[in-house]
Unconditional design. Structure first.
Length: 286
């Protein structure tokens, strides 16, 4: 059984109603939602050297998933050998985003291009509808927001949090309210204020090392992804940041993806840093 699906490039593609052999391009943004839903994923891209993204591989059983090469170095022969009945590809701003043309992949199997740069809820529902797992998606979404609703009353009044991902070329990169990363999404969903640096339609904002003591950056709690764990060794003023001086700067796991299922895992990890936080760090800063 087939159905028509219009992707984010405006292409209308006939796809299986219940695909049984799915290949995904981009293991974090596109494959992880499929793994979270339990959809039959048989192939996905790796980090470029044959190894899958470590957080994704650690969070899910990928023993039955074959590497199809890196994001920009797809192995078309491997995809052919897998005999997929659906290929989930990556688009950006309405354009195909890969080194292998979408029409080449379309000759192997129905190929759909989805852009993750949209509201998290919209993107994940789109993936679930595509592969016929809408009911499982709604169940995971409901469980996540029930957890958020139960936790919200325990958040200290007046608490502010900023989520960082890395330090690069003299700048500290902050995740914004628009970022689907589970850490920043949880902060936003709980209604916890983020400093102005995080208020943007872009998914990242950078602040120079010289400006990390400015009001635009300050928050009671700082959550730093593992890939940015060396910020304290690199930024000269880091120890003077109020949250750092108060012992409320915490390193958290890199996300395996952006699904609601994995967001529950991240929520388990960061909940103690939220509930046990001192909400007066910034307000008491001279």
């Amino acid at each position: 059984a087939m159905k028509s699906f219009t992707d984010d490039m405006g292409r209308t593609v006939d796809v299986p109603v219940e695909p049984q052999r799915i290949v995904a391009i981009n293991e974090v943004s596109h494959a992880e939602p499929l793994l979270a839903l339990g959809a039959p994923l048989i192939g996905m891209t790796d980090q470029g050297g044959g190894e899958f993204n470590p957080p994704t591989a650690a969070a899910y059983d990928v023993s039955g998933v074959t590497s199809i090469g890196g994001f920009e170095t797809l192995h078309v022969e491997t995809i052919l050998e897998l005999e997929p009945d659906l290929i989930l590809g990556y688009s950006f701003s309405g354009e195909w985003f890969n080194n292998v043309d979408v029409e080449v992949l379309q000759e192997i199997a129905p190929t759909v291009a989805l852009d993750e740069n949209k509201p998290r809820d919209e993107f994940h529902r789109q993936v679930a509808d595509l592969v016929g797992y809408a009911e499982e998606f709604e169940s995971q979404r409901e469980a996540y927001f029930a957890r958020i609703e139960a936790l919200a009353p325990d958040v200290p009044e007046g608490l502010s949090i900023v989520s960082l991902c890395c330090y690069f070329d003299g700048n500290v990169s902050a995740l914004t309210t628009a970022n689907p990363n589970p850490t920043s999404a949880i902060i936003f969903d709980l209604g916890i204020p983020m400093p102005p640096i995080a208020d943007s339609t872009d998914i990242y904002n950078s602040i120079s090392e010289e400006s990390i003591l400015d009001d635009d950056f300050l928050a009671d709690v700082i959550l730093i992804e593992e890939r940015g764990a060396d910020i304290g060794d690199l930024a000269l003023l880091w120890d003077q940041v109020p949250a750092v001086a108060a012992g409320q700067s915490h390193v958290v796991s890199m996300a395996a993806g952006t699904s609601y299922l994995h967001s529950m895992v991240i929520l388990d990890e960061i909940e103690p840093y939220i509930i046990g936080a001192d909400a007066g760090v910034v307000s008491e800063t001279p």
